[in-house]
Design a protein around this ligand. Structure first.
Ligand SMILES: *Cc1c(COP(=O)(O)O)cnc(C)c1O
Length: 491
């Protein structure tokens, strides 16, 4: 076969990758049917399926030369993926920190992927970069950032935290020889992604101080102050203070203002992890809880939590863009065309990524179509739902309610007088197992002062009063099964 013939033959085969108009129609129809069916069935679906067995069927479908029918694969997806594990799209998901997934974000992804816009550098697509910078700008301004701040739309809070820690390291010019004298201050309630970020950033050999917490799980700032003073007197170098604007475990907000003051006094970098709590700051009634947030040197917030976007959207803001550039900007020879006087800084300049999905579209589209009001209303609704649940749980005699939620994470446990702590732990573990078997509502657990404690986090945009009432109903059911109600005591 001639070279020309061979190429022509391959072309015919390769062209299958680009769908014909007819195939587009057919695929569209099937996908639409599947997704609409999914959304319409969410109310009747459980939030958790314990059995992971069906997912093994994935391996029964080897990757073949000629592929499968799309319909058949959607059926497989339904059985092996959509019917196992958590159902984060469900309003019944109140475990960990729930994700959201507003549908318009999905359309944003679809448009970004099919038009395949390049959002790594300004030169590649000025519009894509401007959409992302516009979103970063808007967010930074909400948080009172001024001047030459920088930011990046990341895949989540973990990468946001990593970018912040690396920027902090380089801004303070911490080198290997300094590690053994350099001190980082965090707390036991700090999210583990920060411990990971410290390690990945090479700062694992620095001194890490787990600053004790007050009874209400906030960082004890008095203790922090004494510790920094002592460290300085011992010739150490206080470098980084990490606070939380909404811890994952109990949802508390540290005294950000006081932490900022301490950081300023001792010339430390102040990082705030607001991956969970950050977007509550949009609500006027809640702003006072976050006093001092605008003083952060770096701040992480997760649109895939508080703004109800699908997983894969985080954001990091850094007070001085210079510090992000210092760690992440790189000009390779083969990029020289792309760097002819860019009018705006690019995601590649301030993050480890180069080619990346144009994730701005999944945030921009829902915000622009819906406007911000329904988002704010949904956030406030979640906060008030937590109040409602707190009030109702307190009325149940067999429930011991934990410290009152500051945002939307509430802890509680089943309680029976005369049981030892060990027996109470066992009881609560058993009840949680039963709740998970049922699966209508998914809540998770944690250990607070070694007590096995249940917790819910209300942050799915689909969680409404109905779901909260369902939790209460399920508590009642479990209390009866485990003989904790007055009704059951009589037997
Ligand atoms: C979820 C969370 C993180 C981690 O963010 P990912 O988006 O899961 O990577 C960090 N900090 C807090 C407080 C969180 O709730």
């Amino acid at each position: 076969m001639t070279l020309e013939n061979q190429i022509k033959q391959l072309e015919t085969s390769a062209k299958v990758l680009d769908l014909t108009a007819e195939e587009r129609e057919q695929h569209d129809e099937k996908i639409k049917k599947y997704l609409f069916g999914f959304l319409d069935s969410l109310d009747s679906k459980t939030a958790w399926v314990e059995n992971g067995e069906p997912s093994k069927e994935i391996y029964d479908y080897p990757i073949t030369e000629d592929g499968y029918d799309l319909g058949e694969l959607l059926d497989l997806y339904e059985r092996a993926v959509n019917s196992t594990g958590l159902q984060p799209a469900s309003g019944g998901h109140l475990g960990y920190i729930p994700g959201g997934g507003v549908p318009l974000a999905g359309y944003g992804d679809l448009i970004a992927a099919i038009t395949n816009k390049y959002s790594g550098i300004f030169y590649g697509n000025p519009g894509a970069i401007r959409i992302e910078n516009h979103l970063i700008d808007w967010t930074a301004k909400q948080f009172g950032f001024k001047g030459e701040y920088g930011g990046n739309l990341t895949t989540g809070g973990s990468i946001g935290n990593l970018i912040a820690i690396v920027s902090a390291r380089d801004a303070h010019e911490i080198k290997g020889k300094d590690y053994e004298k350099t001190v980082i201050y965090g707390s036991a309630q700090m999210h583990h992604s920060l411990n990971k970020a410290i390690r990945i950033a090479g700062l694992g050999e620095c001194i890490y101080r787990n600053v004790p917490l007050e009874d209400n799980h906030h960082i004890n700032t008095k203790f922090l102050l004494d510790q920094i003073q002592e460290d300085k007197e011992n010739g150490l170098r206080p470098f980084l203070i990490i606070g939380s604007a909404g811890t994952t475990d109990t949802g508390v907000i540290d005294d950000l203002n006081e932490l900022a003051n301490i950081a300023e006094k001792y010339n430390c970098w102040f990082h705030i992890d607001g991956a969970y709590g950050g977007y509550f700051y949009l609500i006027d009634e809640l702003k006072s809880k976050f006093k001092g947030i605008e003083k952060a040197d770096s701040l992480v917030i997760d649109p895939h939590k508080g703004l109800f976007l699908p997983y894969g959207t985080g954001m990091v803001l850094v007070k001085e863009r210079e510090h992000m550039l210092h760690s992440h900007f790189y000009l390779a020879n083969y990029m020289q065309d792309a760097y002819k006087s860019p009018e705006e800084w690019s995601p590649a300049d301030v993050s480890p990524e180069l080619s990346r999905n144009f994730r701005g579209m999944r945030m921009w589209l829902p915000l622009m179509v819906h406007g911000i009001k329904p988002f704010k209303d949904a956030i406030l609704e979640k906060y008030l739902l937590s109040k409602y649940a707190y009030k109702k749980l307190q009325e149940l005699p067999y429930i011991e309610v934990g410290q009152e939620h500051e945002l939307t994470v509430q802890t509680f446990r089943f309680f029976k007088p005369n049981l030892s702590e060990e027996e109470l732990n066992k009881l609560n573990k058993q009840v949680l197992e039963e709740l998970h078997k049922n699966g209508r509502i998914y809540i998770s657990s944690t250990l607070i002062d070694n007590k096995f404690t249940m917790r819910f986090a209300i942050l799915s945009f689909r969680t409404h009063m109905h779901e909260v009432d369902l939790i209460l109903e399920m508590m009642e059911e479990q209390a009866e099964i485990f003989g904790l109600t007055e009704k059951s005591v009589k037997y």
